[in-house]
Design a protein around this ligand. Structure first.
Ligand code: CIR
Length: 241
């Protein structure tokens, strides 16, 4: 359990983390997702967070580029799967981009600049997105936040779930917003999977907020993966075929 973390509060428990991952896969399948599991890699301990080395869309996929030496080999782990699955695979060659900084929305693909995603990388990504017929929109990520999607997620075509520190961003002006309680920023890293929203099971106020807005919720534990600065969006790449 040697994954990267900003603050070391001790390693996560392998058994409990494995269970969190299993529960996540079962929840995806229960919600109608056909899941392809990639082989595990001891050499690249953060590779379970498949969201970061690649982007997938119905139109094609994009291999990204990590600024972190400790994650730089993950792209080679995932590339064979993408090349065998998508007819179009593009690759970032300039700057750096982590998938955790990229949020697909119907109004455009929002790219957050962060310590992991550089301006040069974001510009290169915008060029690639346009080849897939998608519009890229570059924005800032709040200081100290690892990834854009640590602080936001898309709940439906017009609604985002977002932390108070990101809620006023211009890119979200035209969206309806549900704002996380001050004590539950981690809830913003949720994912909408078909008719259900996957949320951290210890974010009770957020779960109530979502239910009040008529979202169906799947509550999942992410206590162990959070010790590695990760959340529920990080463990999968999801697309419509
Ligand atoms: C890292 O620091 O890169 C990993 N330990 C966590 C990555 C989490 N990924 C994400 O938020 N998209």
């Amino acid at each position: 359990m040697n994954g990267l973390r900003d603050e070391d509060n001790g390693p996560p428990s392998f058994e409990l983390l494995f269970q969190e991952h299993q529960d996540y896969v079962v929840a995806l399948e229960k919600n109608g997702v056909s899941v392809c599991r990639l082989p595990s890699s001891v050499k690249w301990p953060d590779s379970v967070f498949v969201e970061d080395p690649a982007l997938v869309f119905s139109q094609g996929s994009i291999l990204l580029r990590s600024i972190m030496e400790e994650r730089s080999g993950e792209v080679d782990l995932i590339a064979p799967f993408l090349y065998s699955t998508f007819s179009q695979v593009l690759e970032i060659h300039k700057g750096y981009v982590d998938g955790g900084d990229v949020l697909w929305t119907p109004k455009g693909v929002i790219i957050g600049l962060s310590s992991r995603t550089t301006h040069e990388g974001a510009e290169n990504l915008v060029e690639h997105l346009s080849k897939l017929g998608l519009k890229g929109i570059i924005t800032d990520t709040p200081p100290g936040v690892l990834h854009l999607k640590s602080d936001c997620s898309l709940l439906d075509e017009m609604t985002v779930f977002v932390t108070p520190r990101l809620a006023d961003a211009k890119v979200f002006q035209k969206f309806k917003k549900i704002i996380t309680p001050e004590t539950e920023y981690a809830a913003a890293n949720s994912i909408r999977v078909n008719s259900s929203v996957f949320v951290n099971d210890d974010c009770e106020q957020s779960i109530s907020l979502l239910k009040e807005s008529n979202f169906q919720v799947t509550a999942l534990s992410s206590k162990q993966i959070r010790k590695l600065d990760a959340g529920l969006s990080c463990m999968s790449l999801r697309w419509f075929q």
